[in-house]
Ligand binder design. Structure first.
Ligand code: ASP
Length: 311
């Protein structure tokens, strides 16, 4: 066991899982995605390597990805069927299992900042819709107008979907939901996830990302998990909590627990992936899609940014 595995920090991030393979991404798209992931990883590493808390690290990493229009969270979120952006986010502190989440947010620049404010500055866990944006205003959290969130590429994707209304919902998107998990030098873990959800979503649809236990979970006794993929399946399986529970109660390593859940996801016909920051050992991931935008690092010097399954 290296020092990093015994007691150091570790972090993993994701920028969504999907059907991207090498033929789908241009060299430039590949380069920009890797640069975006590296920047987010660096933001998290800066916190952890200075001895900062995992909660700050995951928030910092997710903020960078939210501000990057390539990823489906914050700026660059996908459009709803009505042509709007509605963001979901959640954050969880594994040291005390405090959590905060928001859904259907339309005017808060960084939904993950708002989720943390719900956790720390309200008696609640989950706020939705206009009330969540009103809470952001009450707490003087930075807002943004539609011109900040909306990009031409996401508009094009909605137009394409509306032109093919019978096409099945799938994860063919090239850039997805974002998330980060980390363990700090004190051994505390945290998880954060942020998303615009699915292109063309309607009827106030909310996926797994902001649901504590489905797309996001952290418990110092097991580790931290952030999910990405077809949210309805992740909700039905309670993926994030189930991974933590199996790890804690069955005494198996978290990667094995995650692979068990990915197998269950596959058996139900669901697609996606998870990133992990275990209470012990280094960060990792599991997914059943051709690709997942992802990165990880630890205090032992390990560092990796990857997109395709064979990396
Ligand atoms: N899990 C997200 C949702 O269902 C989508 C994604 O991860 O790409 O809203």
């Amino acid at each position: 066991m290296t020092t990093a595995e015994a007691s150091g920090w570790s972090i993993a991030i994701h920028g969504g899982a999907g059907s991207m393979d090498r033929s789908m991404l241009s060299q430039e798209q590949d380069r920009l995605a890797r640069a975006g992931l590296a920047a987010a990883l660096d933001a998290g590493i800066a916190v952890l390597s200075a001895g900062g808390p995992s909660l700050d690290a995951v928030e910092a990493a997710v903020r960078v990805l939210e501000d990057n229009p390539l990823f489906n969270a914050g700026r660059g979120s996908v459009f709803t069927a009505e042509g709007r952006v509605e963001c979901d986010a959640a954050i969880m502190d594994g040291s005390n299992r405090m959590a905060g989440a928001v859904a259907g947010v339309r005017s808060t620049r960084n939904p993950i900042v708002l989720a943390r404010a719900v956790m720390e500055q309200s008696p609640h866990v989950f706020l939705a819709g206009s009330g969540a944006d009103a809470f952001a205003r009450a707490k003087a959290i930075e807002d943004a107008g539609p011109e900040w969130f909306e990009t031409a590429e996401r508009r094009r994707q909605l137009d394409e979907l509306l032109a093919n209304p019978d096409a099945p919902f799938d994860l063919g998107m090239k850039y997805g939901t974002v998330g980060a998990v980390a363990r700090d030098l004190s051994g505390h873990v945290a998880a954060a996830t942020s998303t615009g959800g699915l292109t063309g979503k309607k009827w106030g649809r909310v996926g797994d990302s902001p649901l504590i236990g489905a797309g996001t979970y952290a418990d110092d006794r097991a580790g931290a998990i952030s999910c990405t993929g077809a949210g309805e399946y992740f909700i039905r399986l309670g993926v994030a909590h189930e991974i933590a529970a199996i790890t804690r109660l069955c005494g198996i390593d978290m990667l094995s627990a995650a692979n068990t859940l990915i197998d269950e996801l596959s058996a139900l016909g669901g697609k996606g992936g998870v990133i992990l920051a275990p209470a012990h050992g280094t960060s990792g991931w599991a997914f059943n899609t051709p690709g997942m935008y992802r990165g990880r690092a630890d205090s032992g010097g390990m560092r990796q940014v990857a997109i395709y399954a064979d990396e």
